[in-house]
Design a protein around this ligand. Structure first.
Ligand SMILES: Nc1ccn([C@H]2C[C@H](O)[C@@H](COP(=O)(O)O)O2)c(=O)n1
Ligand SMILES: [Zn+2]
Length: 165
């Protein structure tokens, strides 16, 4: 037998883990996941956008509009920050972060401070916003590589049916 040829690439694997992590998000509008990988291609942190520990995601708002304090924005912890904070307890110097959406300026500060050296992303749909411009400016000035990936495959289908294992 020859080895499989249609296995997923490292980029597809780590972005897939980031996207799967995003499936845990309770945000009804936007689910974001992030995955941090060390220089040996080992996963050392994952996260998704959600409320901080102990803050009920049934009691706090998920609205996008209205009075600021009645929206999700002041409360939600972004996927990238959660992935950094959830790391397995190592120094993240030299790691890469895979994220579905380009990091905001606040997460970029945490990325820079943590020592992460590369940001790999799928979408930069907020590129025109001032926060995204500030984010890119900080990451580039800090010498962090930014890489948008275009996977060869458009989806990864996972069956949870035991017959498919
Ligand atoms: N890089 C990002 C960007 C956004 N998020 C989170 C924050 C919110 O929960 C949601 C964005 O909400 P929207 O304004 O699109 O309704 O996504 C993140 O975790 N990482
Ligand atoms: Zn953020």
């Amino acid at each position: 037998m020859t080895k499989r040829a249609d296995y997923i690439s490292w980029d597809e694997y780590f972005m897939g883990v980031a996207l799967l992590s995003g499936k845990r998000s309770k945000d009804p509008s936007t689910q974001v996941g992030a995955c941090i990988v060390n220089q040996q291609n080992k996963i050392v942190g994952v996260g998704y956008n959600g409320l901080p520990i102990g803050i009920s995601d049934d009691e706090f708002p998920w609205d996008k509009e209205g009075d600021f304090l009645n929206t999700k924005y002041p409360y939600v912890c972004h996927a990238e920050l959660n992935a950094i904070l959830n790391n397995i307890g190592i120094n993240l110097e030299g790691c890469k972060i895979y994220t579905a959406l380009f990091p905001c300026n606040e997460c970029s500060k945490a990325i820079i401070q943590s020592g992460i050296k590369e940001v790999v992303y799928l979408s930069d749909k907020h590129a025109h916003k001032e926060s995204a411009i500030a984010s890119k400016k900080m990451l580039q000035t800090a010498g962090i590589a930014l890489r948008k990936i275009t996977p060869r495959i458009s989806e990864v289908v996972l069956s949870l049916d035991e017959k498919d294992v």
